[in-house]
Design a protein around this ligand. Structure first.
Ligand code: ZN
Length: 536
């Protein structure tokens, strides 16, 4: 929602004249210069229209919901519905912000009634202005405060989680809810419990450490990875889903028993910090341009080393400084090991190597070769599976339900293209994957799933069979991408059969195992270490 400027904003207050609101109104008058108070629905609508005539930048509509509920149970939702109706008709185009402090159960029901109307609308039935406003109004009408928390709680516990539809406030809340659940669940983490204000402060700084201008590698991606790992840990049975309506089949596994509370916390912390400060270009770009970071880290996992280092600085500056002081707190050595190793594991140039290690782990498990009574062995296996889980979470876009996977795929492609634009401007070689319009999204996705993602998810599913659902979803998505590709080809053939037969752009862009384009990775990082320095 656009920030309201008190000097450039009108305020329309809907209240019950019988209620004494003098104090509240005085406060409003002291902040805003243009305030009108009305107590009839019709007057409110008229006032909003009038404000629009004045071309006021924003109108803040304050509704004394309790008062209007007492006056008439239907008035409030009716008013909101009418505003929605006017917006849809294009009769009102001002910013309309709804705000109220308290509400009764009845009012909650009414808000939900408005919410249902908002959500049930099909875009095709609405005007252009409504379509534009719909997104902005979602946060206003759909849920807020306690409703919003319930909504986010349900979202966190579903594989259909889609942070692309959440604003920063929600994303911060998601992180807060996950971290505070873990900290409050386990007594072993008592020493790490911090006041909620401090935890929020830490999360705000993490959020600010991501570049919001990156199409893909921003805080939203970090929250996505965090939720994916939270979900995996719930499926594995080491965490209880925070939504009481969600439960998973119990899992019996030795791997599950490796996870201690601090390990769970470490993996989740690594998830939220794993791309801190990501510049929106990949390791290869950093190395080719001799970026100071590449020099500092000797061209090895440049960005990942940077993310891990930056994240530990953030921990040290906030309420988790004890996690970074191993001299005073040697018990946190495993925390650091898991966080650093997990973040480094997200370097896609090590992908195949990592997949091989997971396959070996699956074999060791199958042959019962792991000595779970040996502490050092347990730690080694645990660090390996944590790395595997964060890798899965990091590229989990392609294993999400198709519509979400498709939206992420487009955003990732945009970040690659922006790197390509930059490379072109700098006179560098631009790889096809970074070139706009060069490789079809379908081909890009199919190649990535077949040659990169499936290998990882299948291996991890052998170690923890509760991850099999990701493999099934990837296979389902592959079928849909194939179908889309086929339809596109047929469409092109219909439009231009001669051109298609001679030089089909579809054929031209088909990716074969012998002609794999630079392996696209959601991290925008190289997936083969032998790739030339000018590559991804
Ligand atoms: Zn990432």
């Amino acid at each position: 929602m656009k920030r309201l400027n008190p000097n450039n904003c009108s305020v329309v207050v809907f209240n019950d004249p019988k209620e004494d609101c003098t104090q509240t109104l005085d406060l409003i008058y002291s902040v805003f210069s243009n305030v009108v108070v009305r107590s009839r629905k019709a007057d409110i609508i008229a006032e909003l229209k009038e404000q629009q005539q004045k071309e006021t930048t924003s109108t803040l509509l304050l509704i004394d919901a309790e008062a209007c509920h007492m006056k008439s149970s239907e008035d409030c939702p009716d008013l909101l519905l009418q505003i929605v109706h006017f917006l849809r008709q294009g009769l009102l185009t001002n910013n309309v912000t709804r705000y109220h402090v308290e509400r009764s159960e009845k009012i909650t029901q009414n808000v939900n009634q408005v919410s249902k109307v908002c959500l049930s609308e099909k875009d095709s039935e609405c005007g252009e202005i409504w379509a534009k406003f719909k997104g902005r109004l979602k946060g206003v009408f759909r849920q807020e405060h306690c409703d919003r928390k319930d909504y986010l709680q349900a979202q966190i516990c579903t594989w259909d989680f889609l942070p692309l539809d959440l604003d920063n406030k929600d994303l911060i809340q998601v992180v807060y809810m996950i971290l505070s659940q873990v900290l409050s669940t386990f007594d072993e983490l008592k020493a790490l419990r911090v006041p909620s204000g401090d935890l929020y402060h830490f999360i705000f700084d993490i959020c600010n450490s991501y570049h919001s201008t990156n199409p893909y590698h921003n805080f939203r991606h970090a929250v996505d990875v965090l939720q994916a790992n939270y979900y995996f840990l719930c499926r594995l049975g080491v965490l209880q889903p925070m939504d009481p309506d969600v439960s998973f089949d119990p899992v019996e596994s030795d791997i599950k028993n490796l996870f201690e509370p601090l390990d769970i916390f470490a993996l989740l912390m690594a998830s939220i910090g794993h791309d801190v400060g990501h510049p929106g270009v990949n390791n290869s770009f950093m190395i080719t341009t001799s970026a100071p970071l590449a020099i500092l880290y000797n061209d090895k996992s440049v960005l990942e080393s940077f993310h891990a280092m930056s994240f530990f600085h953030l921990l040290r500056e906030h309420c988790f400084s004890q996690l970074t002081d191993l001299r005073s707190n040697p018990e946190y050595a495993t925390f650091r090991k898991i966080v650093v190793n997990s973040i480094l594991a997200t370097d896609m140039s090590m992908h195949d190597e990592y997949v091989a290690k997971i396959q070996d782990q699956a074999q060791r498990l199958k042959r019962k070769e792991i000595d779970f009574t040996d502490k050092a062995t347990c730690e080694k296996e645990k660090i390996l599976i944590c790395g595997a889980l964060i890798k899965c979470a990091d590229i989990s876009n392609c294993a999400r339900p198709f519509e979400s996977a498709k939206r992420w795929a487009k955003i990732l492609a945009e970040e690659f293209f922006e790197q390509g634009d930059l490379e072109r401007e700098l006179g560098m070689t631009v790889l096809p994957i970074n070139e706009r319009g060069k490789i079809r999204l379908e081909d890009f996705q199919l190649t990535f799933k077949r040659f990169v993602a499936l290998k990882l998810f299948e291996s991890v599913s052998k170690v923890t069979p509760c991850m099999q659902f990701t493999v099934d979803q990837i296979n389902e998505n592959v079928d849909i991408w194939e179908e889309m590709k086929l339809q596109d080809k047929q469409q092109q053939q219909k439009q231009s059969p001669v051109e298609q037969n001679s030089n089909s752009p579809t054929e031209k862009n088909v990716v074969t195992p012998n002609n794999i384009p630079p392996q696209p990775s959601p991290e925008g990082k190289s997936s083969t270490s032998e790739r030339p320095r000018s590559g991804i």
